[in-house]
Design a protein around this ligand. Structure first.
Ligand SMILES: Nc1ncnc2c1ncn2[C@@H]1O[C@H](COP(=O)(O)OP(=O)(O)OP(=O)(O)O)[C@@H](O)[C@H]1O
Length: 303
């Protein structure tokens, strides 16, 4: 469980995080989204005790990070893939970290295997690819078998196989009842991975909802209708704020009414409907629509 309450962080005149509150439930993957500079990394660093809030708090299982006696057993994080000591081997790095928490060497070997690092565990970290470094960071996060995991852009620099592996791993971790908080700038990735989304814009929360609700709220829902009596049904549906767009003799699109209402009107009119399909915008469309006003510098310089 991660809980933020009135969390604020200012660096001089810059307010990176502007009084945000949220609560992340166990057993779910929560995606943390927002344009560059929105405050995602700052929030995650404060959760891990690496930055001190200017006001408010962020707690892991009810306590600030520094108040936990064995924090690695409560929360694991990947915040910076380059944080490992380049002269050590992956195995050494993990063993040293494990020793700080009385974690067994058997557990070190277990996380090495879980993260697919067995073949490189005895090689020096300076020779690791970005993908291997990311896996090593994830191995370190898993070491204490924590119930809370925080991953800042974990798929950056990974190849497609690595991306799929991270996606499956975070789903599995949430399936085991853990709280998983993952930031990404890839909307398509979050659509496949997250159950819940928190979207930040200039340090404030602009959405905190399940992925499905996010789509419904941000995107205009359209419904595709197919019937042999299209003119008759269009007449029954017509009204203020309702747009009907004819596609062919039997197919039209409705904006402003949901599928349930259209189905009921069709029944009342005695019209047989062959298809009634809600059309959602893509997560990408919804996200850009939602965050458009919060982007400080748009690409292309036309804004
Ligand atoms: N140590 C720091 N000193 C001064 N300003 C900082 C510091 N860390 C972050 N900031 C500023 O705080 C704001 C939020 O940055 P943060 O890195 O948290 O955003 P982000 O959402 O993670 O962005 P990105 O996706 O680009 O990593 C930015 O304006 C950034 O320049």
């Amino acid at each position: 469980m991660i809980t933020a309450s009135g969390l604020r962080k200012a660096y001089g005149a810059t307010t990176a995080v502007d009084g945000i509150s949220f609560s992340l439930a166990p057993g779910k993957v929560t995606g943390f989204l927002g344009p560059n500079g929105a405050g995602k990394s700052t929030t995650m660093r404060m959760a891990m005790g690496l930055d001190r809030p200017t006001a408010g708090s962020i707690t892991i299982n009810g306590k600030a990070f520094a108040e936990h006696r064995a924090p690695l057993r409560e929360v694991g994080a990947v915040l910076d893939a380059g944080a490992a000591h380049p002269g050590w081997t992956g195995h050494q790095q993990l063993r040293i970290l494990a020793a700080t928490h009385d974690i067994s060497t058997a557990r070190v070997d277990e996380v090495i295997e879980m993260t697919g690092l067995t073949s490189v565990a005895d090689k020096r970290i300076r020779g690791y690819s970005l993908g291997m470094s990311q896996r090593l960071g994830i191995a370190a996060a898993l070491l204490g078998d924590p119930g809370v995991l925080i991953f800042d852009e974990p798929i950056n620099g990974l190849d497609p196989e690595g991306v799929r592996w991270v996606r499956q791993l975070v789903r599995r971790l949430a399936g085991q009842g853990r709280t998983v908080f993952i930031s990404s700038h890839l909307m398509s990735e979050m659509a496949q991975t997250a159950d819940h989304l928190i979207v930040l814009g200039r340090g404030r929360i602009i959405a905190d909802q399940p992925v499905g609700d996010f789509l419904d709220a941000a995107g205009e829902t359209r419904v595709l209708v197919r019937t042999e009596s299209s003119q008759e049904l269009m007449n029954a549906l017509a009204g203020p704020e309702i747009t009907l767009v004819c596609q062919d003799a039997e197919t039209f699109e409705v904006r402003g009414l949901d599928a349930r209402t259209i189905g009921r009107r069709a029944l009342e009119s005695g019209v047989v409907v062959h298809e009634l399909t809600p059309l959602h915008s893509s997560l990408e469309d919804s996200y850009l629509k939602l965050t458009g006003d919060y982007v400080e510098h748009r690409s292309g310089g036309l804004a």
